[in-house]
Design a protein. Sequence first.
Length: 279
Amino acid sequence: MPLQERRERINKVDKTLNISKQCELLSIHRSGLYYKPNAEKEENLQIMELLDKQYFETPFYGVLRLTAHFQNLGFQINVKRMRRLMKVVNWKTIFREPKTSIINKLHKKYPYLLKDLKIEKQNQVWATDITYIPMRKGFMYLIAIIDLYSRKVLNWSLSNTMSADWCAEVLEETIKNHGCPEIFNTDQGSQFTSDVFINVLKSNEIKISMDGKGRALDNIFIERLWKSVKYEHVYLYVYEDGISLYKGLEKYFTFYNEERLHQSLNYKTPNKVYYQNVA
């Protein structure tokens, strides 16, 4: 059966058989369902690409400073438009002090468990995050799950939405392939505080850790991954569509895990460190 026909057979509202299982039965990768990039006006795409790069320089900028910065660059942009584009690129302002207000009472928050924790083995702590990926005529979102001890990218996926269901499916797939970590760390994004995501962790008896609000550096290892992915690959290529983006990232993550030497790992690869003590 042709690939396109198999994709069309997926029922995204079927409550008895989740999307991940349907993809498995039809022998297609789940990410293939989300390959259509989101569209934006050309100037907005230009601003969003610059925002994505700016984050690595001034992650502490809020909406007012960013609006002024882009106005100084010559863009006719107001605060309302900037705030929307910041949300689209998943900009998470790092505050100099933790914010103590604006807490979403509908979702339970969990304490940060990694402070002063000595990470001594693989599968002790995993972490995840979502980042924005610019393309020539749109953009997509990338999620990755990494093992903090080895820096190995255990799983990743592309989507044109940041849905909680998507995140939960990636987590379930990772647990199926690698077992369970002792601790799983995320930020306080609504996808990761949602019931569908939290229930996967609880059902597998995994301890839940969350960064303090506005403290992206609590998840510094995955922030470093995003910088590597973008400066070593994404910014060097201009992808036209989701399929080519997926193939390019597939090659990059293979290189990242199997060939790229990490200074913090004494110039070993993530795979070598991850598998060296596996029974």
